[in-house]
Design a protein around this ligand. Structure first.
Ligand code: M6P
Ligand code: ZN
Length: 190
């Protein structure tokens, strides 16, 4: 038996980011084209194409049974029209894999849904440790004025199904209404 050598990474607790990640994934608005509910606001903001969020992948885990992936995600503050900056959102390709999300900084929402359209929203503030059960899609949005940062841990074999969300959208969206975040039904959900 050949053992893998244990290791650690450094998490900068103030910002929530890893100082020495294996990988940083940068997502701009163009990477989420068509996912926001207001196409006019999206087209306008695409001229600047801002960075919406970055994923600091602590470890490039082999995508096989037994290994764990871990990362922090930093979603920057901002909106496309009235809709807050958010992640693409995904089901796991291996639907039976769950995930843990712990908020480190700022505030936002963790939206989850089943393929039948049941939705659950969890308000994330520092210390909230949320459980994403198997088979629930998950997407996060920054509803605050500062960066929203959370730590995630998931089976490395989970994989990503982005296609279903790109095609059908999420059943709920989070909009700013009268200066407050509101979780509302998505009129474009199919
Ligand atoms: C978390 C984890 C990652 C995911 C990232 C961004 O860090 O769930 O696996 O990649 O959030 O979410 P998405 O892939 O949906 O853009
Ligand atoms: Zn996931």
């Amino acid at each position: 038996m050949t053992y893998m050598t244990p290791f650690s990474r450094m998490l900068e607790l103030k910002s929530g980011t890893f100082t020495d990640p294996d990988h940083i994934q940068t997502r701009r608005l163009s990477d989420l084209k068509g996912l926001f509910s207001d196409p006019k606001a999206e087209a306008k903001l695409l001229e600047d194409n801002p960075v919406l969020y970055e994923v600091y992948l602590a470890f490039d885990a082999p995508p096989v049974h037994g290994h764990l992936g871990y990362s922090t995600t930093v979603i920057y503050p901002g909106k496309v029209g009235d809709e807050y900056f958010m992640t693409k959102g995904h089901y796991h390709a291996k639907g039976e894999c769950g995930e843990l999300y712990t908020c480190l900084h700022g505030e936002g929402y963790l939206l989850m849904q089943t393929r039948e359209g049941e939705v659950k929203a969890i308000h994330m503030t520092p210390g909230v440790a949320a459980y994403v059960p198997p088979y629930w899609a998950h997407r996060t949005m920054n509803t605050g004025k500062d960066n929203f940062v959370f730590y995630a841990c998931y089976p490395a074999e989970a994989g990503y199904d982005y296609g279903t969300i790109a095609e059908k959208g999420f059943a709920s969206i989070v909009l700013e209404k009268n200066g407050k975040a509101e979780v509302v039904a998505n009129p474009k959900y199919r």
